[in-house]
Design a protein around this ligand. Structure first.
Ligand SMILES: Cc1ncc(COP(=O)(O)O)c(C=O)c1O
Length: 384
C-alpha cells in the first residue's frame, strides 16, 4: 500500500487566495462554511499533474467525446472503491455534474415532470425547469426520524405523469448513503412505471466509515433506464477545473447522447481531465486521509453541538462534509442570516435546499478542527 498523504489545512490567507468563491466573497471577519469546497491543500499528486500539464501548455480543446485515460481511470476507481463493474466505454466527460444532469434530461428523458428529492442540492432544484420540465418533489418530513425516500410519494408522482427520477446518492444535504435494499425498492417503483433515473453520485468517494456506497447502476435491471453522473471534483476540491463524467451503460443511450448537438453540451476542460485522471488513478492514499479527517470532524462536531447547541439536531452524516442541521429550537426562521449577522459565520440557508422550510442550515465541516470549534462557538452566541 502506498504511503498515506496527509491532509494539509490552508491558512486563512491561503484559503482566500485558493477558494475565491467560498473565502474570497466574504468579509475577513467571517468564517465561510457554506459552499461545498474544503479548506485543504490539493492532493500533491493532483497538484503535480496539473503543474506538469500547465508547463506542457495543455490549454487547448479537450478530446471531444470518448477519452480513454479518463474512462479507464474511473472504471478502476469504481471497481476499487465500490466493487462496481464499469466498462470504460460507458464513461464520457461532461463539463460538470449539474450540466451532465441537464444534458441527460434534455437528450434521454421524455418531456414530462422530473421527481427530485427535497431538501436537495439547490442548483438542481431548477434543472428540470431549465430543460422545460416541471419539478415534482419527493419531500422528506423535517420531523422524520430518518431521512428516507418516501416510496408512496414517488409512486404517486410517477403514476401522475413524472417520467424521470433525479436521484442524488449519497444525498446532499440529507447526509444519507442509501442502502442496497433502499435502492432496490426505489428501482422497483421506477421500473413499474417505465420511468428513467438520472443518478447524481458525485459524493460517492466521500462515504464515511459505517456506510458503503452502491451505485444505482450496480443493481440488476437498471442499465436500460439509468445514467449515473460522477466526478472526482467534490472529493478532490477541483470543481473549478470543469470535468465530470456520465456513466451510460446502454449503447442506445450512448448513441443518442453522442448525437446531441454540440450546442447542447458545454465542453469540459483538458485540465479537468488531467486532474480527474490523477485523482482516480493515484488519489487513494490522499482520499483515505481525507475520509479519516472528515470522520474525526463529524465526531468533533457532534460533541461541540452537544455542549454548545444541545437543542440543534444534526442528521447523521453518513457521507460528505455537508451537515444538515435543524436549528428550529432556537426560534430563528432564517438561522443562516442570524449566524452571518451576529456570529460572522456563513452557512447555507436551509430554505435554499427546501423552498419554504425555515429553521434549518447546511454547515460545511471540511475545515480545520480549530475553525470548526470556533464556528460552533459563534453559532451558539448568535442563536441562543
Ligand atoms: C449533489 C451534488 N451534485 C452536484 C454538485 C455540483 O457539482 P458540479 O459543480 O460538478 O455541478 C454538488 C455540489 O456540492 C452536489 O452536492
Amino acid at each position: 500500500m502506498t504511503e498515506r498523504r496527509p491532509i494539509v489545512d490552508l491558512t486563512d490567507e491561503q484559503a482566500r487566495r485558493a477558494l475565491v468563491l467560498k473565502w474570497g466573497t466574504v468579509p475577513k471577519d467571517v468564517i465561510p462554511a457554506w459552499v461545498a469546497e474544503m479548506d485543504y491543500a490539493l492532493d500533491p499528486v493532483v497538484h503535480e499533474a496539473l503543474l506538469r500539464a500547465v508547463r506542457d501548455g495543455v490549454t487547448g480543446y479537450p478530446v471531444f467525446g470518448y477519452t480513454p485515460e479518463l474512462a479507464e481511470a474511473y472504471a478502476g476507481f469504481a471497481a476499487r472503491h465500490y466493487g462496481s463493474r464499469v466498462e470504460p466505454e460507458w464513461v464520457h466527460p461532461v463539463v460538470d455534474v449539474t450540466s451532465g444532469v441537464r444534458v441527460v434530461l434534455d437528450t434521454l428523458s421524455e418531456p414530462a415532470p422530473v421527481a427530485f428529492l427535497v431538501p436537495g442540492y439547490s442548483p438542481q432544484l431548477d434543472v428540470a425547469e431549465v430543460t422545460g420540465r416541471r419539478r415534482v418533489d419527493v419531500a422528506v418530513d423535517p420531523d422524520a426520524e430518518r431521512a428516507e425516500v418516501d416510496l408512496d410519494q414517488l409512486e404517486s408522482l410517477l403514476a401522475g405523469g413524472a417520467r424521470t427520477l433525479l436521484l442524488t446518492q449519497p444525498h446532499n444535504p440529507w447526509g444519507r448513503v442509501f442502502s442496497r435494499t433502499e435502492l432496490e425498492r426505489i428501482r422497483d417503483v421506477v421500473v413499474r412505471h417505465g420511468a428513467r433515473v438520472v443518478c447524481d453520485e458525485i459524493h460517492a468517494p466521500l462515504v464515511l466509515p459505517g456506510a458503503s456506497h452502491t451505485s444505482y447502476l450496480d443493481l440488476d435491471g437498471t442499465h436500460d433506464h439509468a445514467v449515473a453522473v460522477v466526478a472526482a471534483s467534490k472529493a478532490f476540491n477541483t470543481a473549478g477545473l470543469r470535468c465530470a463524467q456520465l456513466v451510460v451503460p446502454s449503447a442506445s443511450d450512448r448513441a443518442r447522447l453522442a448525437a446531441a448537438p454540440m450546442a447542447r453540451n458545454d465542453s469540459w476542460s483538458p485540465l479537468g481531465v488531467v486532474a480527474a485522471v490523477a485523482a482516480y488513478a493515484d488519489g487513494d492514499p490522499w482520499l483515505a486521509s481525507l475520509v479519516e479527517r472528515l470522520d474525526q470532524l463529524r465526531t468533533q462536531l457532534g460533541g461541540l453541538l452537544a455542549e454548545h447547541l444541545p437543542a440543534a439536531r444534526m442528521r447523521p452524516l453518513e457521507a460528505t462534509y455537508l451537515v444538515w442541521l435543524d436549528a428550529r429550537a432556537y426560534g430563528h426562521d432564517d438561522p443562516a442570516a442570524v449566524a452571518l449577522e451576529r456570529g460572522r459565520v456563513k452557512l447555507g440557508p436551509g430554505h435554499e435546499y427546501a423552498p419554504g422550510l425555515g429553521g434549518h442550515v447546511r454547515l460545511n465541516l471540511a475545515t480545520s478542527s480549530a475553525r470548526l470549534a470556533e464556528i460552533v462557538r459563534r453559532l451558539a452566541s448568535a442563536w441562543v
